[in-house]
Design a protein around this ligand. Structure first.
Ligand code: 4AD
Ligand code: MG
Length: 436
């Protein structure tokens, strides 16, 4: 027996299968019957297609199965592709063979259910067109990040997920029982990457990252994916430019591969294209404060971190992402060095996305002054002896180096134009949820 060749719905919608007989498999997305005809909208991973099942065109038992099958039943269909202007996508299938693989029970998800209910049903809700579109965009973003760094000579370098120390402050650590001891889930790949650059020079990674964020916001997850880079010999200026290039590269890959998905999500293609072709400004924190106070009528004291409100105002001011450098050193992590030209500030930057999507990248040049780091760690109440291995990196052939981390979900949320970061990851973990 010859093996069946299965056609994907996107091939049909592209017009390549007009008047041909095809075999399809997928799920019932919608169904409605009247008398001797059943209209099934079928979906597979690539799209949706209308299929018309007419009594007489196929064996009666298959017709009855088609009539009986509820949405989300899995099916195989054989039929002829016909052009039909009224059908979504412009084509329909005239079914001559129908095989139900699994008769689905009544599907619990119907229209207009609460976001919490949908999160409880996440394992089923993943099939929605909206989530499927976001997940395809996420896949492109992740692929683009790997390509971007590999094309530029970066090696992929892995760090442990179980780490004995904080990197970004003790208050957001997740503690894990480790045999008779305790350890923490990774807040960042960075400290280990700083060891890696001495053998590989330019490295990157993308992996799950954990922060016990104690507040509910539309920007924070407890488990998210961070794409990080670290490079020997680079300074703040160099990595800011790498970050801008990375974002433009991601956007270009999306524009090339995900036109359909952007359309389903009603996201403005032209707007994203324009951003992908723009230069992004770089300003200092001090300049940002001046803009906020003088042009936006705010009253921000120099020395305070920028909150969501301030970031959003700043984003309104520019139509592209904007890099903000030189935050006050007092509010920065111990590994961010003072700027010798302006010692109140650190050699660090955040990239702020347009339209209120907030900080999408955070990074810095790295502190080479062990005494300064010890002082700052002590001030945080950190046991300095735990960082001995890290300080060794400053003792054996230390070099200037820098790196940053990009929040994958924040970038996906911005590109998709969706209002909550939760929908950018298949199974979100937040302050209030770690199920299913
Ligand atoms: O600014 P952050 O905390 O930087 C670091 O962790 C550095 N150690 C990275 C480095 O230099 N290698 O985090 C980097 C980015 C943020 O800009 C944000 O986009 C994202 O990670 N991020 C989160 N995304 C979702 N949920 C959270 N709770 C996030 N916390 C940070
Ligand atoms: Mg940050």
């Amino acid at each position: 027996m010859s093996k069946t060749t299965w056609t994907k719905i996107e091939e049909i919608l592209s017009g390549n299968k007009k008047d041909k007989e095809v075999h399809l498999r997928g799920w019932i997305y919608r169904t409605r019957s009247s008398g001797n005809i059943v209209f099934i909208t079928m979906r597979d991973a690539t799209g949706i297609l209308q299929a018309t099942v007419k009594k007489g065109n196929l064996p009666d038992s298959e017709f009855e199965d088609g009539k009986k099958a509820l949405i989300e039943s899995s099916i195989e269909l054989t039929g002829k592709v016909k052009e039909d202007k009224r059908a979504p996508g412009g084509y329909e299938l005239q079914v001559t063979k129908l095989n139900v693989i699994n008769f689905a029970e009544p599907f619990p998800i119907v229209k207009d259910q609460s976001p919490e209910f949908l999160l409880d049903q996440r394992h089923l809700w993943l099939r929605s067109r909206k989530l499927a579109s976001i997940l395809k965009i996420r896949s492109t973003v992740v692929g683009a990040i790997h390509t971007f760094f590999r094309d530029r000579g970066f090696y992929e370098f892995d760090a442990p997920v179980l780490q004995p120390n904080q990197c970004e402050g003790g208050s957001t650590l997740f503690e894990v029982k480790y045999y008779n001891d305790k350890t923490y889930l990774s807040q960042s790949w960075q400290l280990y990457a700083e060891a890696g650059i001495f053998s590989l020079e330019k490295i990157y990674n993308m992996g799950p990252t954990f922060r016990a964020e104690k507040s509910k916001t539309s920007r924070h997850l407890s488990e998210f994916w961070m794409a990080e880079m670290e490079a020997a010999w680079m300074d703040l200026h160099d990595i800011v430019e790498v970050g801008k290039d990375e974002i433009r590269f991601i956007l270009k890959q999306i524009l090339k591969n995900n036109k359909n998905e952007l359309e389903i999500l009603e996201q403005d293609y032209k707007k994203l294209k324009q951003i992908s072709e723009s230069e992004f400004p770089t300003i200092t924190y001090t300049e940002a404060i001046n803009i906020l106070n003088e042009k936006e009528g705010m009253n921000i004291k120099w020395g305070k971190d920028l909150r969501t409100l301030e970031e959003n105002k700043l984003a309104d001011y520019f139509n592209t992402p904007v890099a903000v450098t030189n935050y006050p050193v007092e509010i920065m992590a111990f590994y961010k060095p003072r700027d010798p030209k302006d010692p109140k500030t650190a050699l660090c930057f955040d990239m702020i996305a347009p339209e209120g999507y907030g900080e999408i990248i955070g990074g810095s040049q790295r502190n080479l002054d062990v005494e300064d780091m010890k002082k700052r760690l002590k001030a945080m109440g950190e046991p300095v002896e735990n960082y001995k291995w890290y300080f060794d990196l400053r003792r054996f052939g230390s070099v200037p180096h820098a790196g940053y981390g990009l929040g994958v979900e924040r970038v996906v949320a911005w590109i998709c134009g969706i209002d909550n970061i939760k929908d950018t990851i298949p199974f979100p973990r937040t302050l209030l949820r770690f199920r299913p």
